[in-house]
Design a protein around this ligand. Structure first.
Ligand code: GTP
Ligand code: ZN
Length: 366
């Protein structure tokens, strides 16, 4: 995908924080900044950030540069704060919409009250988050609005779901340090429904950023901001934070077979036993280890019917005529053979799963 990078030559490395038209804002690695920048300049605008173009060679090979990309920067013009991106290092992860490379985790933000915590909606966000294969961190805001007893009940319930929520209050500054620690040195994508306090949290975590907090105007501002102009905010602790617009019900577009893996409770059951049928969808099948008395099992069934409907729709779109697929054999002869059920018994490629996150970003305007 990308060329070899020779670290021995002392190239400048950095991370792309923002993309604007054909310019890339690159934050140089701390080591590079100290050694290279400070000795050249002391009184120019902060040389740790360079506004870069993309080398023609990269354009020719169709190498896109995304926010979050690790890049090699050449020909730094320290005085002008400019540079050129010569190479992109291989990505660890990749999200599609908005494009973000190398994200490590998703921070799901919900509120314990105002708006009320709805288990089904939370479940949907969690499953969507799990489907990206990034780590999912759950944080419950507005803990100032409920009693410690109530908080304990919520916590017990979510622990049974397989999550350990961090209860915070942006308003009262509760557990913000604990949350901050989880964001150190990582690229974190924030998601969650409207009104739970995401903008308020970002304002608290990121110095010098001022997102509008509040009802409609705040929401619209964030929506516009994030879809047309993706940006990573720098945390004081080296971490980076990507904001996303509010949305209420993310689409679940995974395959029926994948779905079960996005429930930690079901994963635990499958880890200690197996269903009689390898293609068990965990509904009515005999000797199923997943079906049972766990709180979110009804959510599983509901999401499963969504996933089946989605798959059927997709198959019809891809192949409206038949369930056979044309396969070209070695000597150029074409031959029909039964089309495989989509991705059955296989985990889909990592990249595809990551692309599934795109629904987390759908602009409320769309
Ligand atoms: N009681 C209480 N209210 C809070 C807290 N954090 C935020 N709020 C309030 O919740 C409301 C919504 O906050 P926002 O930060 O705009 O929420 P958001 O998640 O960014 O909402 P969208 O922009 O619609 O996605 C505001 O009135 C905040 O003042 C908190 O910890 N406790
Ligand atoms: Zn089963």
């Amino acid at each position: 995908m990308t060329g070899e990078v020779n670290f021995a030559t002392g190239q400048l490395l950095g991370t792309v924080l923002a993309v604007q038209a054909n310019f890339y804002q690159v934050q140089l690695d701390a080591g590079d900044k100290e050694e290279k920048a400070d000795e050249h300049f002391t009184d120019s605008p902060s040389p740790q950030m360079l506004l870069c173009t993309r080398r023609t060679r990269l354009k020719k090979i169709g190498q896109q540069v995304m926010v979050g990309d690790r890049v090699v920067v050449e020909e730094p013009d320290w005085a002008g704060g400019r540079g050129a991106i010569a190479d992109v290092l291989p990505r660890q992860t990749e999200l599609d919409r908005p494009p973000i490379a190398n994200a490590n985790q998703i921070l799901l933000v919900f509120a314990v009250a105002d708006p009320p915590l709805e288990p089904y909606q939370l479940s949907r966000f969690l499953v969507k988050g799990e489907s990206t294969n990034l780590d999912v961190l759950l944080c419950l805001n507005k803990s100032d609005l409920v009693s410690p007893q109530m908080q304990q009940e919520i916590s017990d319930r979510l622990v049974a779901w397989g999550y350990k929520p961090i209860f915070i209050s942006v308003k009262n500054g509760i557990n913000i340090d604990q949350l901050s620690e989880c964001l150190n040195n990582k690229i974190t994508v924030i998601a969650g429904p409207s009104g739970v306090g995401k903008s308020s949290l970002i304002n608290l975590l990121v110095p010098n950023v001022n997102l509008r907090v509040g009802e409609v105007s705040g929401k619209l501002a964030r929506g516009r901001h994030t879809t047309r102009h993706v940006e990573l905010f720098e945390l004081p602790t080296q971490g980076l934070l990507a904001d996303t617009p509010g949305f209420n019900q993310p689409d679940l577009d995974c395959t029926p077979e994948e779905l079960v893996h996005y429930f930690p409770e079901a994963r635990a059951r499958l880890a200690t036993g197996s269903c009689r049928f390898s293609d068990c969808l965990h509904r009515e099948e005999p000797d199923c280890v997943v079906r049972g008395d766990w709180e979110r099992y009804p959510h599983y069934l509901e999401f499963l019917s969504d996933a089946i409907a989605y798959q059927t729709q997709r198959q019809q779109q891809a192949d409206p005529e038949s369930t056979l697929k044309l396969k070209t054999k070695g000597k150029g002869q074409a031959q029909y053979e039964p089309k495989l059920e989509s991705k059955k018994y296989r985990r889909v490629a990592r990249k595809t799963q990551l692309q599934a996150l795109q629904d987390l970003y759908q602009d409320s305007e769309e």
